[in-house]
Design a protein. Structure first.
Length: 284
């Protein structure tokens, strides 16, 4: 069966947060819409790399002739869920000149002196680019809700501000793809222990990961609330079960392929007399 397995439905339909969605009810071990195994998944990922690369090049090429289209991939997850693997294995196949990657850490004193979206607005992808937010503006409603750094009124203001911000991006030509990689608490424990056991991965471990792990139920509630408040038609949420890293990677690849396909990208037609240009090249 290796190499023959495909998604039996469009992944954006299967993974999209819909009315009544419950994060608690989603099995992080599941592989919605895909009945292949790890070997199948890895082969499918490799087989579709070329298509992803072509679509990205078309996106970039359109912008050279005035196109406004762009993609913004928002990656959110608990620690160890695999955001780095998505960036390496999926985004790594794209031309780096056409990718804008930004990882948002704790805000600096300067950033804190402005509204929470100030630093986000500066990093949105330009026309023709695929932008990736490895963590994002959602940190300002997740961690702030969990630790009660913002009150209920401020959180509601931020949810509204996020919806308005994402609507502006869509109006500017962006396809917004929001993904939460969903792992179980037990899987996170296994991955943290694996980091400690592997000298090549120990540098990734932070005691802060353990501190936030203690708030796991609160984070799950905060994610659920974020889905309820910011799952819009222009910028819907997709939740990807991520206990199986290989599945998470092909699922996000599929979501990006869907997003790029939906942009109806075309190769620009140069304003040239091609026959004349061929003749001139032949004479050169």
């Amino acid at each position: 069966m290796a190499g023959s397995a495909t998604f039996d439905d469009r992944p954006w339909k299967l993974l999209k947060v819909g009315k009544g969605f419950s994060l608690e009810s989603l099995d992080p071990d599941s592989t919605p819409g895909y009945d292949g195994d790890k070997a199948d998944g890895e082969q499918l990922l490799a087989e579709l790399d070329g298509k992803l690369t072509q679509l990205q090049e078309q996106l970039f090429a359109e912008s050279r002739t005035g196109g406004r289209k762009r993609v913004l991939l928002v990656l959110q997850a608990m620690d160890t869920a695999g955001k780095g693997g998505i960036v390496n294995h999926v985004m790594g196949q794209m031309n780096p000149q056409g990718v804008q990657l930004k990882s948002f850490k704790a805000p600096t004193p300067e950033e804190q002196s402005y509204d929470f979206l100030w630093r986000i607005e500066k990093e949105v992808p330009a026309a023709g680019m695929v932008g990736v937010f490895d963590r994002s503006h959602y940190e300002d409603v997740l961690i702030h809700r969990v630790h009660r750094w913002a009150d209920a009124e401020e959180l509601e203001r931020r949810y509204r501000a996020i919806n308005e911000f994402e609507a502006r991006q869509a109006a500017a030509g962006a396809k917004v793809v929001k993904v939460m990689l969903h792992i179980s608490r037990d899987e996170q424990k296994n991955r943290l222990l694996a980091r400690l056991d592997d000298p090549a991965k120990q540098w990734k471990y932070s005691s802060g990961d353990l501190k936030e792990r203690a708030f796991w139920p609160d984070y799950m509630d905060a994610y659920q609330k974020a889905f309820e408040k910011t799952n819009t038609e222009l910028a819907p949420w997709h939740v990807v079960p991520a206990n199986k890293k290989w599945y998470a990677r092909i699922a996000v690849q599929q979501l990006l392929l869907e997003a790029l396909d939906d942009l109806n990208l075309q190769w620009p037609v140069p304003d040239l007399d091609l026959d004349l240009e061929r003749e001139l090249v032949q004479r050169s």
